[in-house]
Design a protein around this ligand. Structure first.
Ligand code: HEC
Length: 97
């Protein structure tokens, strides 16, 4: 029974960490350079980026790829997931129609 309790606590802890990690990738990794008009969600909306893969391509293939070389593919995809899950850019797209 003691073991079971430990497992439950471990699972809850991992769950809590994964939630907090996915809550602020953009704030954590991108916002120090991307602020105001240059916020990542604005860039994504302007460039028609709609998912994590497109974001990754834009970052890696863009003229500013060198500025992003410290970011891992996971960071970029995670920030994409965060942006597009939140529906920030979807709302913009709907407004444009
Ligand atoms: C060291 C500063 C810095 C960090 C950190 C950073 N960026 Fe950038 N990023 C820039 C600059 C500067 C530009 C160019 C902005 C412009 O064109 O006006 C840029 C451009 C971009 C572009 C447009 C690509 C292009 O070449 O047109 C995307 C997409 C982007 N960043 C995504 C991200 C994401 C997602 C993150 C976080 C995971 C991130 N950036 C973190 C500095 C940074």
């Amino acid at each position: 029974m003691k073991k079971f309790g430990m497992i439950v606590i471990a699972v809850l802890t991992i769950f809590a960490f994964s939630l907090s990690a996915s809550a602020g990738v953009v704030d954590d990794k991108c916002a120090k350079c991307h602020k105001g008009d240059k916020a990542v969600d604005k860039i994504a909306a302007k460039n028609g980026i709609k998912d994590g893969d497109a974001l990754l391509k834009a970052v890696r293939g863009g003229s500013k790829a060198g500025l992003h070389k410290n970011l891992s593919d996971e960071d970029i995809k995670a920030s994409g997931a965060e942006l597009f899950k939140a529906g920030k850019t979807k709302k913009k797209a709907a407004e444009g129609c």
